[in-house]
Design a protein around this ligand. Structure first.
Ligand code: SF4
Ligand code: SF4
Length: 150
């Protein structure tokens, strides 16, 4: 089955998201390395909000404002809301949620920007293991699916 995504409808919704990009991703600044699957030092974990959002540019975090998850963050957050757990409430589910987000985001970028170089740091066996989660999240975002393909 081939999913079809309507890019105009794939929007970020940070207010309703579990701030997964602020934890799942890794980035490196001259004076700060944030490892993957670790909360950013500026994340208010209780409220899931950024403590420097009004001055991201001044603090050298311009890329945060520019980041577009294409709706992947909200889909993964909603999926785990249905399960009744998320990374903040249950450390045991955290890695699953972050890997799920990474895989979903990777798939969305490959679909929307096939020429963009992107790597995924999730091992193949985990990608396979998490398919029940990632497929559900992608289905939440898909506009239509062609049952005659694949
Ligand atoms: S994952 Fe997407 S929706 Fe969630 S906080 Fe990040 S940019 Fe916003
Ligand atoms: S600086 Fe703010 S928006 Fe950027 S990763 Fe950290 S908490 Fe998230």
């Amino acid at each position: 089955m081939v999913r079809i995504f309507d890019k105009s409808k794939l929007k970020t919704d940070c207010e309703n998201c579990d701030a997964v990009c602020c934890v799942a991703t890794k980035f490196k600044l001259p004076d700060y390395y944030k490892p993957p699957r670790t909360p950013c030092k500026h994340l208010d974990q209780e409220h899931g909000s950024c403590t420097i959002f009004d001055k991201l540019e001044d603090e050298g975090f311009t890329f945060c404002r520019d980041f577009d998850c294409y709706g992947g963050g909200l889909a993964v957050s909603n999926l785990f809301k249905e399960i009744g757990k998320n990374w903040a409430s249950d450390p045991e589910i955290a890695e699953v949620q972050f890997h799920t987000f990474s895989i979903v985001y990777f798939q969305l970028v490959k679909y929307l920007h096939p020429d963009r170089a992107i790597e995924i740091d999730v091992p193949d066996d985990i990608i396979e293991e998490l398919k029940p989660f990632t497929e559900q999240a992608l289905d939440m975002l898909a506009e239509t699916a062609d049952p005659f393909e694949g």
